[in-house]
Design a protein around this ligand. Structure first.
Ligand code: SF4
Length: 561
C-alpha cells in the first residue's frame, strides 16, 4: 500500500492506493482448512452420502475410454444450483470456479480445472428422467429412514409454472409434430431401462401376462405426465389439440393472472402430513391437464412405493370429482376433499344443498319438499344407473325460494350418478372437526411449499423445455426441498409412534423435571430415563409423580393430529 498526501484548504488527507500483487499460496494452505467448520456445505456433505448415484447410472457408461464427469459431482452441482438459486449450467460453473466452499463440496482443489458446463448438459441428457426420479426417491427414502415421514395423512395440490416458450410460438400441431418429432426420439431412448435390469429388480417381471398388462396400462407417471389426446373434454375442443408451440411442444396455453395467456405446465405435489412436510411424489403435466386427472395414479404410486396406508387424503375442490372420491372411499381412505360443485348456476342452490335419503331414495330440497326418482320401478335398485330426481311442479310454482332454485316450469331436477353414494359420505364429513381441520391444514402445509419453490428455487418459470426435462427439473427442486427438511429436522429425528411408546417408561415413574434435563442433553447424567427415575441418580431426592398426559411426547395419530 502506498499513500499520497494532499493538502486541501489546510486539511491533510491520506489516500490509500491498493497495489495488485499475488504471491503463491503456501503449501500448508488447503481447502480443508479454508472452509469454516460449521459451513452449510459441510453439513450437507455429512448428512447426504451421494455415492449411491454411481449405482443408479453405471449401466449408462462404457467400460473403456476417457473418464466422464463423476456422477456424484454432477448431482452435487445440481444441488448447488438448487441451493444457490442459479438458472443455468454456465452460471453454475462460474459460481463454482471462484467459491472455495463449493470447490470443497465438489472435491476439486484450488488448482484443479472444473468440468465444462456443456458436460453437465450432456450428462443430464444421458441420465434421462428415470435417473432423476430414482434420485428423488432415494432422498425420500433418507427422510423416511430419519423418521420424517408419518404416512397417515396425504395432501395433494398443484401449481401453474410458466414454460420456457412464448405464446407467439404456437403453430398448427401437425406441422410442429412433423418437424420436431424426430428430434426427440434419441433422448427418449435413453430413458428406457434395459430389460435384464428390470428382470433383476422385479421378481414377478417374468410373468408374461402381467408384463403385457403393465405395458398396456399407461398411467400418468409412466408416460411422464403427457396428455392423452384421445381424451376429450365434455364442453369444447382444446386449443392444444390443434396447436402446439414450436419452441416447447409440450407446454400448453393457460390463463396467467391478469396478464392474459402464457404457455406452461402444472406441477403436482403429494406431501406427507408429518411435521417435516416431506414431498413424497412430484409430477409435471401440461397446463391443459386438469388437476383431478393424475391424482389417483399419484396416490397409488405413493402408497405402493412407500408402503403407506393413509387414513385420509386432503385436497381442494379441483380434486373432489366423483371418480376420485369414489376410488378413495372404496379403497378405505377417507376423502377429505372439498367437493367439486361444477355445473351449478351462480345464484342458484347447488346440488350439495339438497339432502339425499338413501333409504327412501329421495332428495329433500331447502324448502323441505321431496324430489323423487323419475321412471323408477317399485323395488328397483338404481345404484349403478344414472337417475333423474324431480320435485312436483305445483310445489315449486308456489315456493318462495323458487327464484334461487330453478327456472324450469316442471320443477327443480337433479341428476344422480352411479357411485354418488361416496360423494354423500364426503358431504357428511362437512362440519366435522377432522374434516374442517384437514382442509385448514392444507393451506399451511402444501401451498407454502410451492411458494418456497417459486420464490427461492426458480420454479416460477421452468428453465428447460419438453415434459421429460421439466419433470427432471421439478424432481430436483422437490428433492432439494426434502433435503432442506432432512438437514433441519434430521438431527432431531422424530421417532415413529411405536418407537416412542416403546422407549417411554411407565407414566407413573416419570419425573418431568428430570425428563426435561435428560432431553436437553445434560452431560454426565445417566442416559436411561428409568435410571433417572430411580433414587440413585445423584440429582437429589424426588418423589416420583404421575406424568401429565400431554408431556408423554408421543405424536398424535389420526385425523385430529
Ligand atoms: S323451487 Fe321446488 S325444489 Fe326448489 S326449494 Fe322450492 S320447492 Fe324445493
Amino acid at each position: 500500500m502506498v499513500s499520497l498526501t494532499l493538502s486541501l484548504g489546510g486539511c491533510t488527507t491520506v489516500m490509500g492506493i491498493k497495489e495488485r500483487a499475488f504471491s503463491p499460496l503456501p503449501r500448508e494452505v488447503s481447502l480443508e482448512g479454508l472452509v469454516p467448520r460449521n459451513h452449510f456445505y459441510r453439513r450437507l456433505e455429512e448428512t447426504l452420502d451421494l455415492s449411491f448415484v454411481r449405482d443408479l447410472v453405471h449401466h449408462l457408461y462404457a467400460r473403456g475410454g476417457r473418464p466422464s464427469v463423476d456422477p456424484v459431482v454432477f448431482f452435487k452441482l445440481q444441488l448447488v444450483m438448487f441451493f444457490e438459486g442459479l438458472r443455468s449450467e454456465r452460471e453454475l460453473m462460474r459460481v463454482a470456479a471462484d467459491r472455495i466452499s463449493v470447490r470443497w463440496y465438489l472435491g476439486y482443489d484450488l488448482h484443479e480445472p472444473l468440468p465444462d458446463h456443456s458436460n453437465l448438459t450432456r450428462t443430464r441428457e444421458r441420465f434421462g428422467l428415470s435417473v432423476f426420479r430414482l434420485f428423488f426417491e432415494r432422498i425420500v427414502e433418507e427422510c423416511a429412514e430419519a423418521g420424517l415421514v408419518r404416512g397417515d395423512e396425504l395432501f395433494f395440490d398443484s401449481t401453474k409454472v410458466e414454460g420456457n416458450a412464448a405464446v407467439d410460438s404456437l403453430a398448427p400441431r401437425w406441422a410442429v409434430e412433423a418437424h420436431l418429432g424426430g428430434l426427440f426420439e434419441e433422448g427418449q431412448a435413453a430413458d428406457i431401462a434395459p430389460a435384464e435390469e428390470i428382470d433383476d429388480v422385479l421378481p414377478s417381471a417374468r410373468d408374461a401376462a402381467l408384463w403385457e398388462a403393465n405395458a398396456a396400462g399407461r398411467d400418468w407417471i409412466s408416460r411422464d405426465g403427457a396428455q392423452d389426446r384421445s381424451f376429450k373434454g365434455p364442453w369444447r375442443a382444446r386449443t392444444s389439440d390443434t396447436r402446439a408451440s414450436r419452441t416447447d411442444p409440450d407446454a400448453t396455453p393457460m390463463t396467467w393472472g391478469t396478464s392474459g395467456r402464457r404457455l406452461g405446465y402444472q406441477a403436482h405435489y403429494v406431501v406427507d402430513g408429518g411435521k417435516a412436510r416431506i414431498i413424497l411424489n412430484a409430477l409435471v403435466a401440461p397446463a391443459e391437464v386438469t388437476e383431478n386427472r393424475p391424482m389417483l395414479d399419484l396416490l397409488w404410486r405413493t402408497c405402493f412405493r412407500w408402503k403407506l396406508r393413509p387414513h385420509h387424503v386432503t385436497a381442494d375442490g379441483k380434486y373432489g370429482t366423483l371418480e376420485n372420491v369414489a376410488a378413495l372411499e372404496e379403497a378405505g381412505v377417507r376423502a377429505y376433499l372439498a367437493l367439486h360443485e361444477s355445473g351449478s348456476r351462480p345464484g342458484f342452490f347447488a346440488k350439495g344443498e339438497f339432502r339425499y335419503d338413501s333409504e327412501a331414495d329421495v332428495y329433500s330440497c331447502p324448502a323441505g319438499k321431496l324430489l323423487r326418482p323419475l321412471g323408477k320401478k317399485k323395488g328397483e335398485d338404481r345404484a349403478d344407473r344414472e337417475t333423474y330426481y324431480r320435485a312436483k311442479a305445483a310445489e315449486c310454482a308456489s315456493c318462495p325460494l323458487k327464484p334461487r332454485c330453478t327456472t324450469n316450469k316442471n320443477g327443480r331436477q337433479l341428476r344422480r350418478y352411479p357411485g354418488e353414494r361416496h360423494v354423500d359420505v364426503v358431504r357428511s364429513y362437512r362440519g366435522t372437526v377432522p374434516y374442517e381441520k384437514a382442509l385448514r391444514k392444507r393451506k399451511v402445509w402444501i401451498e407454502p411449499l410451492f411458494a418456497e419453490a417459486k420464490e427461492w428455487h426458480g420454479m416460477r418459470k421452468f428453465r428447460l423445455r419438453t415434459l421429460r426435462r421439466v419433470n427432471a427439473e421439478a424432481l430436483l427442486v422437490a428433492a432439494g426441498q426434502n433435503l432442506k427438511r432432512l438437514l433441519f429436522f434430521g438431527g432431531r429425528k422424530p421417532r415413529k409412534p411405536a418407537q416412542v411408546a416403546a422407549l417411554n417408561p411407565p407414566a407413573a415413574y416419570i419425573d418431568s423435571r428430570h425428563f426435561r434435563r435428560y432431553r436437553s442433553g445434560l452431560r454426565g447424567q445417566p442416559k436411561s430415563i428409568l435410571q433417572q427415575a430411580g433414587s440413585n441418580t445423584g440429582l437429589g431426592d424426588h418423589v416420583p409423580i404421575k406424568r401429565p398426559e400431554r408431556s408423554q411426547g408421543v405424536p398424535k395419530l389420526g385425523p385430529d393430529s
